[in-house]
Design a protein around this ligand. Structure first.
Ligand code: A2P
Length: 335
């Protein structure tokens, strides 16, 4: 038998699933066999892996026999439905949904930040929320150096966060609007083309959305910083697949923009793009299809009397670092 692991991708036809397959291929993950799983609607279709056609199968609880890694991106309900079958089969479930992220015995892992937590799994490891991953790749190294106390974020989130149907809706709506045709929002609560929607996931009693509270709760868990304070406004923007975030950070210690640039330029997974005079700063266009998170517009927060505040802007590919790449990197921790 050839070397490598038996890998299954659940949700293989989705926006993230397709990128999981491409990422396994691009990073030369040691795959002995690959199972592509989706709903009955996709069964029989094929997808390429290293030049070979792989037939997509309908996912059933029996699909995971002999599987080592099961990368899931088919939504929370499906993850919940399949968890027991996957764990029973002995596969490690790496789950992109929000279903298990806050469970105590489910590690929530960004490999650049808390790889050691992955070892504590009981069959399931959760991939954090995309905006949280993109933020923490750039913020965790600063937290380690200067201790982050409070962070205020505004996010600019791409259509891909709503899956392939979200991206298709934005593209189609843009065409319709340019042609003066009527639009019919379905993946989003409102028209997204030529608009912004300050509403991602459901509203909670305190006026925040679930998406906004993920930035607080998931950051605390990943950084092991239960006292960290985070407030966020999450906004859907008419961009296809890269998220951006405006971050205002307060640290326990004083920190200068020069120090931030020096720390980030040595941090894995981050590229500092910060030369305003040359019009160099992070933009979703440049983050698209990149593995690394772009960080720039780094400056001292002038609303404070001390030097403990920093403002920064980041962009990262939601489908890659925000989802598929992070999941594959988690599997790589076990190779
Ligand atoms: P399918 O294409 O067959 O519907 P996205 O997040 O881009 O919308 O993708 C969702 C993914 O989850 C797709 O691959 C989709 O497959 C898959 N999926 C949806 N429902 C099921 C199901 N009941 N069983 C397995 N996979 C599912």
């Amino acid at each position: 038998m050839s070397q490598g692991f038996n890998v299954a991708v659940a949700g293989a036809t989705g926006a993230v699933g397709v990128e999981m397959v491409k990422t396994l291929e691009k990073r030369n993950f040691p795959v002995r066999s690959l199972k592509l799983l989706a709903s009955s609607r996709s069964a029989g279709k094929t997808a390429k892996f290293h030049g070979t056609d792989v037939v997509i199968e309908e996912m059933t609880p029996e699909s995971f026999k002999g599987v080592d890694f099961a990368l899931f991106s088919a939504g929370s309900d499906i993850s919940r439905d399949y968890r027991a079958a996957v764990v029973k089969s002995g596969a490690l479930m790496i789950d992109n949904s929000s279903a298990f992220r806050m469970e105590n015995d489910v590690p929530l892992v960004v490999p650049e930040v808390n790889p050691e937590d992955a070892r504590l799994h009981h069959g399931v490891i959760a991939n954090p929320n995309c905006t949280t991953i993109i933020m923490l790749v750039a913020v965790a190294p600063l937290h380690r150096a200067k201790k982050l106390i409070r962070l205020v974020a505004a996010t600019y989130q791409a259509a891909s966060g709503a899956g392939a149907k979200g991206m298709a809706e934005l593209a189609e709506q843009t065409r319709q609007l340019l042609n003066g045709e009527a639009v019919h929002p379905a993946a989003f609560a409102h028209q997204l083309g030529f608009n912004l929607i300050p509403h991602i996931d459901s509203f909670q009693e305190n006026g925040y959305t679930k998406e906004e509270l993920k930035m607080l709760n998931e950051s605390r868990k990943i950084l092991h910083a239960p006292e960290l304070m985070v407030s966020c406004t999450s906004v859907r923007v008419p961009i296809l697949r890269a998220h951006s975030e405006s971050l205002n950070m307060e640290f326990a210690e004083e920190v200068t923009p020069e120090e931030v640039r020096a720390i980030l330029s040595k941090s894995p997974g981050v590229i500092v793009m910060d030369d305003p005079a040359q019009k160099i700063y992070p933009m979703p266009k440049d983050a698209t299809e990149q593995y690394d998170v772009l960080a720039g517009r780094i400056r001292q927060d002038i609303s404070r009397h001390d030097k403990r505040g920093i403002d920064m802007f980041v962009s990262g590919d939601q489908v890659l670092k925000g989802a598929a790449l992070n999941a594959v990197q988690i599997a790589e921790l076990f190779v």
